[in-house]
Each structure stands twice: as structure tokens, then as C-alpha cells.
Design a protein around this ligand. Structure first.
Ligand SMILES: CC(C)(COP(=O)(O)OP(=O)(O)OC[C@H]1O[C@@H](n2cnc3c(N)ncnc32)[C@H](O)[C@@H]1OP(=O)(O)O)[C@@H](O)C(=O)NCCC(=O)NCCS
Length: 186
């Protein structure tokens, strides 16, 4: 098991093909997917998703998706840290997360995101870390804020049209290296 990083309570490790049942359970929970998909994926679709997630490791850039485990080794969900899928830019990384309902409200989202932001700047040489979500996804926005990212802009996308709050559009948050250094050093 290849470990990517550890925080006080979390272990982020590489995903493997054996994680398919865990991932399928997560990706087919309508509450988890509330601001992500209106139609739940099939197991075959999750399998393709998982394959794409795993493919990042072969690039050897220390970016991609990681399973998040708690102190008892329980699968809580995953985090991502990788270049933008559509418009990758040098020095820019996106952070993201998807956790099981049972794990919500205990600070895990913030704990994992902060660690990834730190890793992006301290070890991976990033100049900027950004995150995006639907405007209506208040929990996700709060994780961004608590991880030091600040609001940048509103956007719209066809993908959110059928989702609750889709009419409010999407939001983007970001933090640059200078702001991260100030936050880190007080
Ligand atoms: C978004 C998500 C990762 C939050 O994870 P979490 O571990 O519950 O977040 P934390 O416990 O670190 O909470 C961070 C803050 O958000 C707040 N928060 C969490 N869920 C919230 C919600 N639904 N509405 C409003 N605030 C919320 C918490 O109260 C906390 O703020 P506070 O410390 O000021 O009280 C989790 O809800 C999730 O995985 N959701 C489903 C997938 C998803 O939407 N991913 C993001 C897609 S872009």
C-alpha cells in the first residue's frame, strides 16, 4: 500500500482496483452525489472512473487521487490533488474531496485539504491551488475557506443544470504561494 501522506487522523494512500466496491458505494450515495451527479453511475462507470484515477500514479508527478482512511483503517472517501482536467496550467493544482456521509462534520474534509495544500506548495512547487464547486454546496465552500482558499469567481456549466441549486452556478476558490506563506508563518 503506497502511502501519499499522513495527517493527525488521516492516511491518504494510493487507490487500487480492489477499491471498486468501496468507491461504488461512495459514488452511488445520492446524498454524497447531491452536488455532483443527478443520475448515479453504474458499477462499470465507477470502474472506468477508478481506472482513470489510478492512471495518474504512472505519470510519477505525485498528483492524482487518494483513498482517505481513518485511524482504524476505515475508508472515508477520497481526496484529489492534480492539474485541472480541462485546462492544465504549469504550477497550478486543483484540490478536491468526496467523503462518506458518516465521516461528515468531523473536520476530515478540512484536515485532508489543508495537508494537500501544504504539500502542493511545500513539496510539489505549486504557485496556486484552486478548488471549484456548486455555489449551493456550502459544506464544500466552507472546507475551501477553512483551508485558506478565498473566493475568486462564479461560473456556470451545463453539468449542474439538473442538480439542486444548479441555477446558482458554480464557484471557484484559490490560494497562491504568497498567501500560503503568510498564512503558514502568521
Ligand atoms: C464537502 C465535504 C467534503 C465536507 O467534509 P467534512 O469533513 O464534513 O467537512 P469539515 O468537517 O471539515 O467541515 C468544514 C466546515 O464546513 C461546514 N459544513 C460541513 N458541511 C456543511 C453543510 N452541509 N452546510 C454548511 N456547512 C457545512 C462545517 O460546519 C465546518 O465549518 P465550521 O468549522 O465553521 O463549523 C463532505 O460533505 C462531502 O464529501 N460531501 C459530498 C461530496 C462533495 O460535495 N464534495 C465536494 C464536491 S466539489
Amino acid at each position: 500500500m503506497e502511502i501519499y501522506l499522513k495527517t493527525e487522523r488521516l492516511t491518504l494512500r494510493e487507490l487500487t482496483a480492489e477499491d471498486l466496491p468501496l468507491l461504488t458505494e461512495l459514488h452511488t450515495d445520492p446524498e454524497v452525489m447531491r452536488y455532483l451527479e443527478s443520475v448515479m453511475p453504474t458499477e462499470d462507470e465507477v470502474r472506468v472512473h477508478l481506472r482513470n484515477m489510478i492512471a495518474y500514479y504512472a505519470l510519477g508527478q505525485q498528483t492524482g487521487y487518494w483513498a482517505a482512511l481513518d485511524e482504524r483503517g476505515r475508508f472515508l472517501g477520497w481526496f484529489l490533488l492534480r492539474p485541472d482536467k480541462d485546462e492544465p496550467r504549469p504550477g497550478q493544482l486543483e484540490v478536491g474531496y468526496r467523503l462518506h456521509r458518516f465521516a461528515w462534520g468531523q473536520g476530515y474534509g478540512t484536515e485532508g485539504t489543508r495537508a494537500l495544500v501544504d504539500k502542493a506548495f511545500a513539496e510539489l512547487g505549486a504557485d496556486e491551488v484552486f478548488a471549484g464547486t456548486m455555489a449551493a454546496n456550502l459544506g464544500s465552500r466552507r472546507v475551501m475557506e477553512k483551508s485558506g482558499l478565498t473566493f475568486r469567481r462564479v461560473g456556470h456549466g451545463d453539468w449542474m443544470r439538473d442538480l439542486e441549486g444548479g441555477d446558482q452556478g458554480g464557484v471557484r476558490y484559490a490560494i497562491d504561494r504568497a498567501a500560503w506563506s503568510i498564512g503558514r508563518n502568521g
